[in-house]
Structures are given as structure tokens and as C-alpha cells.
Design a binder for this molecule. Structure first.
Ligand SMILES: Cc1ncc(COP(=O)(O)O)c(C=O)c1O
Length: 431
């Protein structure tokens, strides 16, 4: 019998989805760890062959060129961050000069929030949300402290009614005349809710409030149109859906209308490019996203991003999104069909509407932690987020529909056999 969105719960239907998949060939481009069903690409994406080649090329350039590599390598290291920024710009609907590969997510939050937070008169509050990733909140509080504000009064966290989702209208209600800046995630790291960036941006600007986004959980999975939406600034990591490797260099976006603003945290790599080596003591920032760089770019942590960007651009972000939505719908369908009733009692903690969902599905269960461990022992890699969420991220470039089907069978079997009872209720350092 056909499911309500045209899916069927049979194994042969999963195989049919794979054989009809226009992106199936990209799986060959990746190293999928042996005999593992890898569903954690929203935490650390896998290595692709192009990234490996980029790293090996850069190592060879270092070996054979030494310091000359800054200008004489295939993609001169001196311009590498700008070039990769321009490549990534097409994924986020930005001009080539509005994106730069630089820093890390948390460093870029400090850089950009400090730049764009301009308290004036009664306007000195920052609006974020109570479901935010902790590092963002730590950074916002420390910025407020350094700037002489009071985090317990001046940081306003939009509440969630159910610990899963945020209501954009409620966030807008908080945008009053005391707010100087709004800083929000694009996709919530636990539930996978995708916020309406365009709507929030329009409403913030209507009230003369600057707005920026942490897009760690959306770039590489969801298309963005920063210029069209008028977003002021954004930042994102490159190690999740961007497959840049553990701790790879992050990205930042500054809307060109702000290029004249002085970067809050100045450093010599933010200097006007062709005059940087004049070594003037008077800082003159590049009128581009590059102006917000600080230090010498980490070339070895940037190289893999080059290769992975090539693959994503080759596949096309719209096609990636289309498959991602199909995969997450299929996973939710299988959970509903097979795992929602007694004795399984799994539920979905991710929005059902395509427009409100990022690239992963939060599967909730009272025994989520021990079920995640049982999955790992069966060579399925999910991750766990407290209090009860098994996050499953089927990645369009390297996962298959058949793997999704298998994950659901594993979950069923783990509960049928009460296999999770063999595992400790204590969390490991990283889950
Ligand atoms: C939404 C979000 N923001 C910030 C961070 C922190 O990133 P980093 O360790 O690169 O500073 C993470 C890390 O996973 C994240 O998911």
C-alpha cells in the first residue's frame, strides 16, 4: 500500500528511490568509513576525494615552494580565503566579495557581533533565543560584558513553547525600541527547525534593527539568498554539511552595504589586500568581507574546503536541497509507519513542513541516549542531543535511501530485543 506522500515502507521501494536518484553518483566521491551507516554529517561531514587532493596539493606546495607558496602555488595561498569565499558565495546568494573563509564560528561571532552591535540611547539589547547553540550564547554574554552592558538584562532570549521550536512571530514581538541587534540560528541544532530568515530580516529592518545569522546547520544543505533577503551579516562553519574536515576554517558574510564599517577586531589580514605589505601602522580595512579577517589564513585547514566546495557546486545546492527534503520526509514517514506505536513509541521532533526543516531529523525517545549507543554498536552513526533526541542526518551527497530504511529497521530491532538495556545511562564526553 502506498504511503500518504507516495512512499512505501518496503525495502524494494528504498532501492527504487536510490535507482531513481540523480545525485547517486556523488557517493563515489566520498570516503564512507568501512561498513558503517554514517548519519552524522550534520556534525562532521565526510572526506571527499577532491578535498584529499586539495590537501595533498597544498602539502606538496609547502614541500616544494616553502614561503613562495603564498604567491606561486596553484591557488596562491595569499588569495586562497578570498577565492574560496567567492566559490561559497554562490551557495548563499551573495556577491563574491561578500564572503570570506576565515576564523572559526565562535571567533566570527565575536568579530561580527562586536562590529554590528551599536548600542545607542535606550537601544542596547541583543535578541537571541533559548534554543541557541551554547557557544553563541557564551559569546553574546561575553560581548555584552566587554561592552559595559549587563547580560542578564540586555540579552533577551526568545522563549520556546515546547523546547523544540521557535515562533518567528514571537521573536518579532521582542524587536522593540530597546533592541540594537538580533542574532539567531538559521536551523536549530536540536530540532532541525529552519527559521524564516527573510521574514525575520524584513521585520528587524522595519524597526531599524541590525540582524545576523549563525548558519552552521544550513549552509551546504539549504540554499540561502542573503543579498536578496538583505541580511546584514552571517557566519557558518565548514565542517558539517560543507565537509571541510574537523575544525576546518569557517566562513563569514558581510552585506556590501556595510563594507565601510570598521571591523571591530582588526588584524593585518583585514588590510587592503594590495597594500598589506606596506606594513603601515594605520589600519585601513579592505572594503570587502576580507576586511573582517584577522590573522594569516590557516591554509592546511582551508584546503579541504576547496575540494568539498567543488563537489557541492557540481551537484548544485538546489538539487542537494531537493534530495535532502525527500530523504528527511522518507525517514519521517518510516518512523511514523513503523516506530510510532507501542512498543516503539518514537516521535518526530522536527517540523513536517518542508519550508521549516533543515537537513536532519530529531527522533525522540525516552531511551534516546541508550538507543544511540545501541545504534553505534550496530555500526550506525547517529548523534545524541539531550534530553532524548537521536539526530539522524541523511546527507544527499553520500547517503542512500536504503541506508535510511536500514536505520529504521535497526531502531525497530533494538526496541524489539530491548538491546538498549545493555548500555549505560551515563553520557560519554562526546555523543
Ligand atoms: C550552531 C553552532 N554554532 C556555533 C558552533 C561552535 O562552532 P565552533 O566550535 O566552530 O566555534 C557550533 C558547533 O557545532 C554550532 O553547531
Amino acid at each position: 500500500m502506498k504511503g500518504r506522500i507516495g512512499f512505501e515502507a518496503t525495502e524494494s521501494f528504498a532501492s527504487k528511490l536510490d535507482s531513481d536518484d540523480p545525485l547517486a553518483r556523488f557517493r563515489e566521491s566520498f570516503y564512507v568509513p568501512g561498513r558503517v551507516i554514517y548519519m552524522d554529517g550534520n556534525s562532521l561531514g565526510l572526506l571527499c576525494r577532491d578535498s584529499e587532493s586539495s590537501v595533498l596539493r597544498v602539502l606538496d606546495e609547502w614541500k616544494t615552494l616553502g614561503v613562495e607558496g603564498w604567491l606561486k602555488s596553484e591557488r596562491p595561498w595569499f588569495y586562497f580565503a578570498e577565492q574560496l569565499g567567492a566559490m561559497c558565495a554562490t551557495l548563499v546568494g551573495a556577491g563574491p566579495e561578500e564572503v570570506i573563509l576565515s576564523g572559526t564560528t565562535t571567533i566570527n561571532i565575536h568579530q561580527l557581533v562586536n562590529t554590528f552591535y551599536h548600542p545607542r540611547g535606550d537601544r542596547k539589547k541583543i535578541v537571541a533565543d533559548e534554543l541557541d547553540f551554547p557557544s553563541d550564547i557564551y559569546a553574546l554574554k561575553s560581548i555584552l560584558k566587554i561592552r559595559g552592558a549587563n547580560p542578564s538584562k540586555d540579552l533577551v532570549l526568545a522563549p520556546s513553547a515546547n523546547d523544540r521550536f521557535l515562533d518567528e512571530n514571537k521573536i518579532v514581538e521582542l524587536m522593540d525600541e530597546e533592541v540594537a541587534l538580533v542574532f539567531l540560528p538559521s536551523v536549530l541544532y536540536r530540532s532541525g527547525q529552519l527559521l524564516d530568515i527573510q521574514y525575520l530580516t524584513e521585520e528587524a529592518h522595519r524597526r531599524d534593527i541590525t540582524i545576523g545569522f549563525d548558519c552552521c546547520h544550513s549552509v551546504g544543505s539549504v540554499p540561502h539568498y542573503f543579498d536578496r533577503w538583505g541580511v546584514d551579516f552571517a557566519l557558518w562553519c565548514s565542517y558539517k554539511y560543507m565537509n571541510g574536515g574537523p575544525g576546518s576554517t569557517a566562513f563569514l558574510y558581510v552585506n556590501k552595504k556595510h563594507f565601510d564599517r570598521e571591523p571591530a577586531l582588526a588584524g593585518w589580514f583585514g588590510y587592503v589586500k594590495d597594500k598589506q605589505f606596506d606594513m603601515s601602522l594605520h589600519f585601513e580595512h579592505s572594503r570587502s568581507a576580507g576586511g573582517w579577517q584577522m590573522s594569516s589564513p590557516a591554509i592546511l585547514s582551508s584546503a579541504p574546503v576547496e575540494g568539498s566546495l567543488k563537489v557541492i557546486l557540481d551537484a548544485g545546492i538546489e538539487a542537494v536541497r531537493e534530495k535532502s527534503l525527500r530523504m528527511t520526509s522518507y525517514l519521517m514517514y518510516l518512523v511514523d509507519e513503523i516506530l510510532s506505536k507501542k512498543p516503539y513509541e518514537f516521535s518526530i521532533g522536527t517540523p513536517r513542513e518542508d519550508a521549516r526543516r533543515g537537513g536532519h531529523v530529531a527522533i525522540e525517545h525516552a531511551e534516546g541516549l541508550r538507543i544511540s549507543e545501541a545504534l553505534r554498536s550496530r555500526r550506525v552513526v547517529p548523534d545524541f542531543r539531550p534530553p532524548n533526541i537521536v539526530r539522524i542526518a541523511p546527507i544527499p551527497l553520500y547517503n542512500t535511501y536504503h541506508e535510511i530504511w536500514q536505520v529504521v529497521q535497526h531502531l525497530k530491532d533494538i526496541v524489539d530485543k530491548k538491546e538498549y538495556e545493555r548500555f549505560s545511562k551515563k553520557r560519554k564526553a562526546i555523543s
